[in-house]
Design a protein around this ligand. Structure first.
Ligand code: ZN
Length: 161
């Protein structure tokens, strides 16, 4: 649920988690009681979550006919869809990065720990533009290897999902 936290904040993430844990529908009053949050706040967050398509609700009129009761549930299919899309975006970024690593030669300033492409190093006559030290050839094989592993891992996960 880490991405819900990043996207929507702590309270929304707690509410979402609570909802996710419970199978089926949950009344918002129960959620508020359980988490010790104000009902208004819980509802506000739930509407927000529903705008993101993460939860959905059903409304019923209470016995006295005046008040509505809201029952909420996590939209698991939609959630899986969102997670899949995020993985695909990550995969695309990793591939772009791999392509960049494979198609460039790099030089490093050991002093500043800044990396330059061959073109950038050439422009600066193989001296660091910040501190003036000579730039050293940088072997990026480990980075390339790491990226390839990550990509393979993610592709496997996507295929399984
Ligand atoms: Zn430097």
């Amino acid at each position: 649920m880490e991405f819900v936290r990043l996207m929507l904040g702590d309270d929304a993430a707690r509410i979402f988690e609570e909802l996710y844990k419970s199978e089926g529908e949950v009344n918002d009053e129960d959620i508020a009681r359980k988490l010790g949050l104000k009902l208004n706040e819980v509802r506000k967050q739930l509407y927000f979550l529903s705008e993101q398509g993460l939860v959905s609700y059903r409304r019923t009129r209470g016995r006295n006919g005046e008040w509505y009761t809201y029952y909420w549930r996590v939209d698991k299919n939609r959630l899986l869809g969102i997670i899949k899309t995020r993985k695909q975006i990550t995969l695309m970024k990793l591939k772009e990065r791999l392509n960049f690593e494979e198609s460039h030669t790099f030089y490093l300033c050991l002093n500043c720990n800044i990396r330059f492409t061959f073109e950038e190093a050439l422009e600066n006559a193989f001296k660091c533009p910040r501190c003036g030290s000579s730039l050293e050839y940088f072997d990026n094989r480990e980075i390339v290897e790491f990226l390839r592993e990550k990509i393979a891992e993610l592709e496997k996960k996507l295929k399984e999902s």
